[in-house]
Design a protein. Sequence first.
Length: 252
Amino acid sequence: MKNKNNYYEIDVMQLLRELWHRAWALVLAVMIGGGAAFAYAAFLVTPLYEAEALMYVNNSSFSVGSTSFSISNAELTAAQSLVDTYIVILTSRPTLEEVIDDTGVNYSCDQLESMISAGAVNNTEVFRITVTSKNPQEAELIANAIVDILPGRIADVVDGSSVRTVEWAIVPSEKASPNITMYTAIGMLVGFVLACIIVVIRLAGDTLIHNEDYLTETYRLPVLAVIPDLYDDKGDSYYRAYELKTRTEGKK
């Protein structure tokens, strides 16, 4: 409702009452939103699978080209520095091309790189290689090819490197995405929020005076007279009821 300064004012209690009266619409919106999101995630989103492999890197000293590095076990960033170096080698074009040739997959280097992610496990010298694909067997194939090829690639670049396989990848049995539960919950939330917004807009645009309390509280004007409701709950006029009653008594 607009006041004299052209600002909308909404009574919180009035809004809560309106939401309560429209509870059926809110529930319906939640069900529609959740159902639509569930159908979208279950039938329209392409499922993706993740195959993971673990590798261990260890080096007290190493050199890249003409630059030598000395690593102390007391330094907290030592393992992370090694892992970052190996990840750069992993995502380099020669490594990716060798993986493509070994597996026979029909991807470009950029496409394959977008499918691969790697990072240290809790800032340790162990790092996880994750391959995401629409095909679970393909994800496992690429991940294990990387595990097989990466030690040799690292040895060609980093002197005195030590890379060992902690865990080979296996064919994932469950899809990593989409998360149908999360999609459904988001859909339900969106449906509820949209329904509430519609209720607020309808309430803000309502210019009708529904009772005398609203008139006195909003405009601070005295009520001089009130036209009574001349219809009962069944929709019959009180005048008609009075007329029928009078005729009945007259016949008696």
